[in-house]
Write a protein that binds this ligand. Structure first.
Ligand SMILES: Cc1cc2nc3c(=O)[nH]c(=O)nc-3n(C[C@H](O)[C@H](O)[C@H](O)COP(=O)(O)O)c2cc1C
Length: 189
């Protein structure tokens, strides 16, 4: 099973990096699999720490992949041995990389979970949230997939938005649509 989460990592110069990733959870370990090149990979290689943010505010996924909103509020922490979590995270795990399975395309970073914290309740599944996550994946692959396939899938995913979105999901969907339009303007004439 793949869990779609937000991974926070920290660079040498203390800049926190925020990236949507699909992770695996096996017993008390988390496997992060970044495609090369990746800032997440670079940061974890550097200092071996990351924080896994389980989050139902899907604006973070859409904001990062569209690049329309990249700065999400981080919890203030004086503990320099952990990466700050997103304030919006429902739950977060602090992890420490233990094993690195190298691959020229997509290495696996196997991490131990050092701490689990529950910050706010998960309020059940929502179809619009699913639509935003799925559409965010499409946006992250705009340069790789045929635009016709993307537009067809977006049309289907919009049903979930029209029927079940709240304010956060609608805002995220607007970023997705704007990004696809921007891409089409630049790349298709
Ligand atoms: C739901 C979702 C899941 C993703 N999962 C992965 C993943 O497992 N590995 C990856 O490299 N990129 C994944 N991406 C794309 C990255 O978030 C995006 O390419 C990002 O820029 C990662 O590169 P970075 O580490 O340099 O920030 C995912 C995107 C979304 C929206």
């Amino acid at each position: 099973m793949i869990h779609e989460v937000i991974v926070t990592t920290i660079s040498k110069d203390s800049q926190v990096h925020i990236a949507p990733m699909g992770i695996k959870i096996i017993d008390n370990q988390v496997i992060i699999s970044p495609f090369r090149p990746s800032k997440t990979l670079e940061n974890i290689t550097e200092n071996r720490i990351a924080t896994i943010n389980f989050i139902d505010d899907v604006r973070v996924f859409a904001g990062i992949v569209t690049k329309y909103k990249k700065d999400w509020e981080l919890e203030d922490s004086k503990d320099k041995t952990i990466v700050p979590r997103l304030v919006l995270a429902n739950t977060h795990y602090n992890v420490i990389a233990k094993n690195f399975k190298d691959d020229e395309r997509r290495p696996n970073i196997v991490c131990d979970v050092s701490k689990k914290e529950f910050n706010k309740p998960f309020m059940g599944f929502n179809r619009a949230q699913f639509s935003v996550i799925e559409a965010s994946v499409l946006v992250s692959r705009l340069k790789m997939l045929p635009i016709e396939k993307i537009l067809l899938e977006i049309e289907y995913l919009k049903i979930g938005i029209d029927k079940t979105a709240g304010k956060r999901e609608s805002e995220a969907w607007k970023w997705i649509e704007d990004k696809i339009q921007e891409f089409q303007k630049v790349n298709i004439n």
